[in-house]
Design a protein around this ligand. Structure first.
Ligand SMILES: Nc1ncnc2c1ncn2[C@@H]1O[C@H](COP(=O)(O)OP(=O)(O)OP(=O)(O)O)[C@@H](O)[C@H]1O
Length: 353
């Protein structure tokens, strides 16, 4: 459990943030300059708050009321930055050991580093370098891992290569992770808890699926980043059509590509702007996925948009349509309607196996 309540004036900027998060990956999401790095630097001990309290798994790192502020080296923090910051004159193994020697064999296995052990950093790809930086952070036996946009400098294929390692870390190592990012597909693949920041404040926080299906989130994360996350299972294959069928509590969806194995569990992000709504079941349309849903909430934006929370089985979806369409459809809470999702709306970066 992580519990953070901090205040700090940084020049003209006021950080006044509070959140708590259980085990797993806590994503800090927000626009540039919203205070994400300042906040994790306070957890690391690199910045001292003006007031507040920081607890990680029962250890108090900072408490302004008692004057307690553990020095950086005693916080047992593993920090991974956007750039790997490896020592160029040391092999991968020596770079790893620079962090410490905790669970060396397990860390090397977990991050798939055994073939890279004797390589020099200059001969590694960007993704491999980040894996080594991650390994080095783990070898110091951290009580918490802080990652500040660790994938931001990588291109899409390199990102896709490293994300499964991060998911393994989340599932197999019991170290809480705070993960700063402004890429929602990355966050949707990894996070357990989502904390959204704006102008130094936490404007939304909670379990990922819950926060992302809240219609009020759309203006906070932006129309393009809004979209619900659901858990599904690979349930079939249409090989001739190059489609995969997945099942979730609200029905079945056909998605492009062949991914996963039958029965494999996955996480799926469905972008809100790609969900179309209909009062009756449409016929003769090209979209492959039509789901019966119930309108749970409607949130009017400041502009022409409306965000609609939909219940599909036990899961929640989010749709972003225009105010004009909502008016024409006479949308109301409790209504039974249909959500239409184009198969191609869900990209490979929205699927996490
Ligand atoms: N020591 C400081 N003195 C004055 N202002 C500061 C200081 N440190 C940070 N700031 C300001 O605080 C704000 C938040 O910065 P911070 O780096 O925490 O944001 P961020 O959300 O991590 O942004 P990015 O995504 O661009 O990294 C910025 O406006 C920054 O200029």
């Amino acid at each position: 459990m992580i519990e953070v309540t901090v205040k700090k004036a940084l020049g003209q900027f006021n950080l006044d943030a509070r959140f708590s998060a259980p085990q797993g990956v806590t994503a800090l999401f927000g626009p540039s300059g919203s205070g994400k790095t300042s906040l994790i630097n306070m957890i690391a001990g690199l910045n001292v708050p003006d007031s507040g309290r920081i607890d990680v798994d029962g250890t108090c790192l900072y408490d302004s009321t008692t004057g307690r502020s553990l020095p950086v080296r005693k916080r047992r923090v593993g920090y991974v930055f956007q750039e790997a910051r490896l020592f160029p004159h040391l092999t991968v193994l020596r770079n790893l050991r620079y962090g410490g020697t905790h669970d060396e064999a397990q860390v090397i296995k977990l991050l798939g580093l055994s073939d890279l052990r004797d390589r020099m950093p200059a001969n590694l790809s960007g993704g491999e370098r980040q894996r080594v930086a991650l390994g080095r952070a783990l070898m110091c036996d951290p009580q918490i891992l802080l990652m500040d946009e660790p994938l931001a400098a990588l291109d899409a294929p390199r990102k896709a290569e490293i994300l499964p390692y991060l998911a393994r870390l989340r599932d197999e190592v019991s170290v809480p992770i705070i993960y700063v990012s402004h890429d929602m597909s990355e966050v949707a693949q990894l996070a357990t808890t989502l904390v959204v920041m704006e102008s130094g404040r936490v404007v939304a926080s909670g379990p990922l699926a819950q926060v992302l299906s809240d219609p009020a989130i759309v203006p906070l994360v932006g129309v393009r980043s809004a979209g619900a996350v659901i858990n599904a299972t690979v349930s079939g294959r249409l090989l001739d059509d190059g489609l995969t069928e997945v099942a979730f509590s609200g029905g079945r969806l056909l998605l492009p590509g062949n991914f996963g194995s039958l029965g494999q569990k996955m996480r799926l992000r469905i972008p809100a702007q790609d969900v179309i709504l209909a009062r009756s079941r449409p016929e003769g349309i090209s979209a492959l996925n039509v789901l019966p849903v119930v309108v749970k909430a409607i949130e009017q934006g400041k502009g022409p948009g409306v965000a609609v929370r939909l219940q599909a089985g036990d899961d929640m979806l989010l749709a972003r349509i225009t105010k004009r369409s909502a008016g024409r459809m006479q949308l109301a809470r409790g209504q039974q309607i249909f959500a239409i999702i184009k198969a191609t709306a869900v990209g490979r970066e929205d699927i996490s196996l």
